[in-house]
Design a protein around this ligand. Structure first.
Ligand code: HEM
Ligand SMILES: *[C@@H]1O[C@H](CO)[C@@H](O)[C@H](O)[C@H]1NC(C)=O
Ligand SMILES: *[C@@H]1O[C@H](CO)[C@@H](O)[C@H](O)[C@H]1NC(C)=O
Ligand SMILES: *[C@@H]1O[C@H](CO)[C@@H](O)[C@H](O)[C@H]1NC(C)=O
Ligand SMILES: *[C@@H]1O[C@H](CO)[C@@H](O)[C@H](O)[C@H]1NC(C)=O
Length: 377
């Protein structure tokens, strides 16, 4: 509560002071009056189309002379995604951690061989919630030279760190937002992951380890986080992220979606590729997710009344009920995006439509498109 009220006080102070509004910060949830006062300080940009899939899509050296790991500088931003953190610390993304969706998709493809459709889906959904849709910039997290986020601000102080439709509970190596830090590497959690690698993966991280550890982290959140929420998009992302780690943190010359423990620590903790790291042997999407969910079939839900009150939410989609993702798409547009932007105008409205179109394009034409802001753009 104390945190929340000081947040509001500082938020009001920021909007009414002359402090420049960060170009990468989300405008979601702001009033028209606030947006009107911020707009003159922002450079409006028309988003470019996403880059195409890789033509040359095999493995190659990506920890190369042009992309050396470098330590963080004051002000550099990192967040809950070890993949994007690593791309920034190797200069595949701007090292300060602020990028356009085009840069994030290109870097994920080039640097890791992330498959185009899923790279676009992750990126546009994140940008719609956490990015600045006027400047077309998204921060992958918050400043790293302090334990907390950037100075509290009206909407989203820390890019991808914002807890909600994108960042969620029961992450493998990051804590739940309920405890106040949902984005720093947590050594206690990683130590437990190492134990699971020894027990289930002969010292490697792989689908089998992911299946066991995913379930373990869920059980821990049920038992300790009174506000544990594992519904909506989080349910899917929590499973998918575990296999993205196996598929893309595995050296492409192995081509077996297994990751040695020291390499895993490098990515998760230090945003660092091993020396001589080669990206995956081909583009990877969600391969292996059926193994992870199959290890411990589980349903979306949340703790409805404190710890150990996990209750299945029958309205929240699952891999079985929503194979094409249309329910996720509708839920995301209607329940996450529109409430943040109930009545946008001008460039903001145009760019919302462009980004929503790019997001919709990742559903392969199988879903009915929604037009909350009209069809033209
Ligand atoms: C394409 C753009 C991407 C976006 C927008 C994105 C975003 C995110 C976000 C917001 C989270 C935090 C979710 C949470 O645990 O609450 C996350 C987690 C994760 N991401 Fe990414 N990601 C992207 C690409 C990648 C890539 C290329 C990799 C691997 C090379 C990757 C690997 C992971 C892993 C393993 C986690 C789980 C971390 C954990 O549970 O400790 N992501 N990502
Ligand atoms: C749980 O998360 C979903 C998806 O992000 C969100 O729509 C919902 O409001 C959250 N529920 C609670 C009780 O916080
Ligand atoms: C890391 O996670 C453990 C277990 O959930 C928790 O007790 C601890 O406070 C966390 N550490 C930090 C530094 O947040
Ligand atoms: C990678 O492994 C798969 C089987 O899992 C195989 O079909 C493919 O040819 C391999 N690719 C390379 C480049 O070795
Ligand atoms: C990789 O590139 C080859 C050759 O252009 C193409 O046939 C194949 O479909 C691509 N693989 C993926 C998964 O995109």
């Amino acid at each position: 509560m104390a945190r929340f009220s000081s947040f509001i006080v500082l938020a009001i102070a920021l909007v009414s002071s002359t402090t420049a509004f960060p170009a990468y910060q989300s405008l979601g949830g702001l009033s028209q009056r606030q947006i009107d006062s911020i707009m003159p300080g922002l450079k409006a940009v028309k988003p470019k189309d996403p880059p195409p899939p890789l033509k040359d899509n095999g493995t190659k050296l990506v920890n190369d002379a042009k992309h050396p790991w470098k330590p963080l500088r004051d002000g550099d931003k990192r967040g809950p995604c070890p993949g994007l953190n690593t791309l920034a610390s190797h200069g595949w993304l701007p090292r300060d951690g602020v990028a356009t969706p085009q840069q994030i998709i290109a870097a994920s493809q080039e640097g890791f061989n992330f498959e185009s459709q899923i790279a676009r889906r992750f990126t546009y959904s994140s940008h719609l919630i956490d990015g600045n849709l006027v400047t077309d910039l998204l921060s992958i997290g918050a400043k790293t030279d302090k334990t907390g986020p950037d100075p509290p601000a009206p909407a989203n102080p820390g890019g991808l760190n914002l807890h909600g439709a994108i960042e969620g509970d029961a992450s493998m190596t990051r804590g739940d937002a309920y405890w106040g830090d949902n984005w720093h590497f947590n050594e206690t959690q990683f130590s437990e992951l190492l134990e699971f690698m020894d027990k289930y993966g002969d010292g490697l991280y792989n689908y089998k380890v992911a299946g066991e550890f995913r379930y373990q982290r869920i059980q821990e959140s049920i038992a300790t986080n009174p506000e544990f929420n594992f519904t909506g998009g989080r349910f899917f992302a929590a499973y998918i992220e575990t296999v993205v780690g196996a598929n893309l943190f595995s050296d492409g010359r192995r081509n077996d979606s297994q990751v040695p423990a020291d390499a895993a620590r490098g990515f998760f903790q230090d945003s660092r590729m091993p020396d001589d790291f080669h990206r995956a042997a081909r583009p990877f999407s969600t391969e292996g997710v059926e193994v992870v969910i199959g290890a411990h079939p589980f349903s979306p839900g949340r703790n409805v009344n404190g710890i150990n009150t996990y209750t299945i939410d029958p309205n929240s989609p699952t891999f079985e009920s929503d194979p094409d993702g249309c329910a996720q798409y509708e839920m995301f547009v209607n329940e996450a995006v529109v409430p943040l932007y109930p009545n946008p105008t001008g460039v903001l409205r145009r760019n919302l439509k462009i980004n929503l179109q790019h997001y919709f394009d990742t559903f392969g034409g199988k879903c009915k498109q929604l037009f909350p802001y009209g069809r033209d753009h």
